[in-house]
Design a binder for this molecule. Structure first.
Ligand SMILES: [Zn+2]
Length: 436
C-alpha cells in the first residue's frame, strides 16, 4: 500500500492508474478515493481498549514498543487512530472490597500518560475535544468504565467518575451486580439477579447517566437487562465492543433484534445508537469459539498450575503475565481470517443500518484477533476490506468514526435538555416518557 499512498499525496486528486499481473485491464482510481487515502481522511475512533491495566500494573508507557500489546503511540499513528476510549475495568474477584480504589487508580494511570506526553496525547471528554485533538495531531484519550460494580452502588461515585472524565459505562461486565444482570452469569442460579433486568436503583443509574451525559453501554449485559436499559434510557444507547449473534452464537453477542433496537433507541427525535464491533476471534468466528471452548478444561488446568507455580515462587502476578498465558493458549487455535471481522461489520451495517456501526476493538483485552490485525497499525486494512466489498468512502468514514461522533453529540445534547428540565430525578417509571 505504501507506494500507492506516496503517489496519492503527489497526485492529490488526479486519476491514478494501477496495473497488476492478475488484472489485465488497468483499474482506474481517483487518488483521493484509494483505501489508504480514505483511511487517512477519516477521523478514526475506537471505543474499547484495555491498555490501562498495562499502564497501571506493568508501568507500560505508550512510547514503548508494543511488546505483545496492541496499542502504543507508534501503532496509533500508523493506523491513523484519532481517539481511543481506554477501558477502566476492575477485575471483580481480585479487587473485592475496593472496586472504587482500583477504578480511581486506573483512571489516574490514563491521566498520567496524557500528562507525561502532552505532545502526543490529550485527555478528551466531548466530541469537540476529539476534534481539537485531531486538529492538533494528538491521540484523543477518553475513558469508559467496564462494569457497573465500579460505582459500588453509589450515584455519588458515578458522578465523581464523570467529573474525572469517564464518558461511558457498561452496566455490567461478565459479572452481574446488585442492579443489573450480565450475559456472563445470567443462567447461573447461584448468582443474584434483578427481577426485570434493572432494579429501581439501576433505573436511577441509567437516568443519572443520561443527565450527566455519560453514554449507556450495553455490551456484556444480559438480554433482559439490554431491553430494560433501552426502554429506560432517555438518550440512545450503544455497545462499545460487541459483535453479532446471528453470525457467531455466543451470549455476549447481540441478536438482530437487539441490533435494530440500538439503532432505534433514544427519544422520538433521536437518530439512534451505534454498535461498535468487537475484534475478538471468539466473538467473530464460530469455529474459533468452538475450538477455544473445547480447549477449556485443559487450559484451565494448565493456567491454574502455572499461577500456583508463580505464587509458590513468590511472584506478584501481573496483567502482562496472565495475558501472555492466555495468548499462549489462544495461539493453539488458528486465527480467523480478517473477512470474519468484516462479515460482522457488514452484518451490523445491513441489519442496524449504515449509520449505526463502528469499531470497538477490545485491544489489549483479547487473547486473539483475526489474521492481519496485530495492532492499531493495522486499522487501514479494515477500510481496504470494506471498500473491496463496495463500501463507499463516505460509508467507511461513518464506520470509522462519524457514526459514533454523531451518537456522542446526541447523548450530550440529551444531557443538556435533562439538566435544564430539573436537577431532581423524576419518579421512577418503567418506561421513558415516549414510545418508539
Ligand atoms: Zn469487555
Amino acid at each position: 500500500m505504501k507506494p500507492l499512498w506516496l503517489f496519492a499525496i503527489l497526485a492529490l486528486s488526479f486519476p491514478l492508474v494501477t496495473q497488476t499481473k492478475s488484472s489485465p485491464k488497468p483499474v482506474i482510481h481517483h487518488a483521493a478515493s484509494t483505501p489508504t487515502a480514505v483511511h487517512r481522511s477519516a477521523l478514526v475512533i475506537d471505543t474499547h481498549a484495555d491498555t490501562p491495566q498495562r499502564m497501571l500494573d506493568d508501568h507500560y508507557d505508550l512510547t514503548e514498543p508494543l511488546n505483545g500489546g496492541y496499542l502504543n503511540f507508534e501503532s496509533a499513528k500508523q493506523g491513523n487512530l484519532g481517539a481511543e476510549f481506554f477501558s477502566i475495568w476492575v477485575e471483580p474477584k481480585l479487587n473485592e472490597g475496593h472496586y472504587a480504589r482500583r477504578t480511581l487508580e486506573l483512571i489516574d494511570a490514563v491521566h498520567q500518560q496524557a500528562l507525561k506526553h502532552p505532545d502526543k496525547m490529550m485527555m478528551a471528554s466531548s466530541p469537540e475535544d476529539i476534534l481539537r485533538a485531531h486538529r492538533e495531531h494528538k491521540l484523543a484519550a477518553l475513558m469508559g468504565i467496564e462494569g457497573g460494580h465500579s460505582i459500588e452502588d453509589s450515584i455519588g461515585l458515578l458522578r465523581d467518575y464523570h467529573r474525572l472524565g469517564v464518558r461511558y459505562m457498561t452496566l455490567t461486565w461478565s459479572n452481574s451486580n446488585n442492579w443489573a444482570d450480565s450475559s456472563g452469569d445470567a443462567d447461573d442460579p447461584s448468582v443474584h439477579h434483578t427481577q426485570d433486568g434493572l432494579s429501581d436503583f439501576g433505573k436511577d443509574v441509567v437516568y443519572e447517566m443520561n443527565r450527566l451525559g455519560m453514554m449507556v453501554d450495553i455490551s456484556h449485559v444480559s438480554d433482559k437487562t439490554f431491553y430494560r436499559a433501552v426502554i429506560t434510557s432517555r438518550a440512545p444507547v450503544f455497545a462499545s465492543h460487541s459483535a453479532a449473534r446471528a453470525l457467531t452464537n455466543v451470549p455476549r453477542n447481540m441478536t438482530d433484534d437487539m441490533l435494530r433496537a440500538v439503532a432505534r433507541s433514544g427519544g422520538p427525535n433521536s437518530k439512534g445508537g451505534v454498535v461498535m464491533v468487537n475484534f475478538y476471534s471468539g466473538f467473530i468466528s464460530d469455529a474459533w469459539w468452538q475450538a477455544w471452548k473445547a480447549q477449556g478444561p485443559e487450559r484451565k488446568a494448565g493456567e491454574d498450575a502455572q499461577i500456583a507455580q508463580w505464587k509458590a515462587d513468590g511472584k506478584t502476578i501481573t496483567y502482562e503475565m496472565t495475558d501472555a498465558l492466555d495468548k499462549q493458549w489462544a495461539s493453539k487455535v488458528p486465527r480467523p481470517p480478517l473477512s470474519a471481522l468484516i462479515d460482522h461489520i457488514d452484518h451490523v451495517a445491513k441489519v442496524a443500518g449504515i449509520d449505526h456501526v463502528g469499531l470497538g476493538s477490545d485491544f489489549d483485552g483479547i487473547p486473539s484477533s483475526p489474521e492481519g490485525i496485530d495492532s492499531a497499525a493495522d486499522l487501514p486494512k479494515i477500510t481496504a476490506a470494506l471498500m473491496k466489498r463496495g463500501y463507499s468512502p463516505e460509508d467507511c468514514r461513518k464506520i470509522l468514526g462519524q457514526n459514533f461522533l454523531r451518537f456522542f453529540r446526541e447523548v450530550q445534547a440529551t444531557a443538556k435538555e435533562l439538566q435544564a428540565q430539573s436537577a431532581q430525578r423524576p419518579a421512577i417509571t418503567d418506561q421513558q416518557p415516549f414510545k418508539k
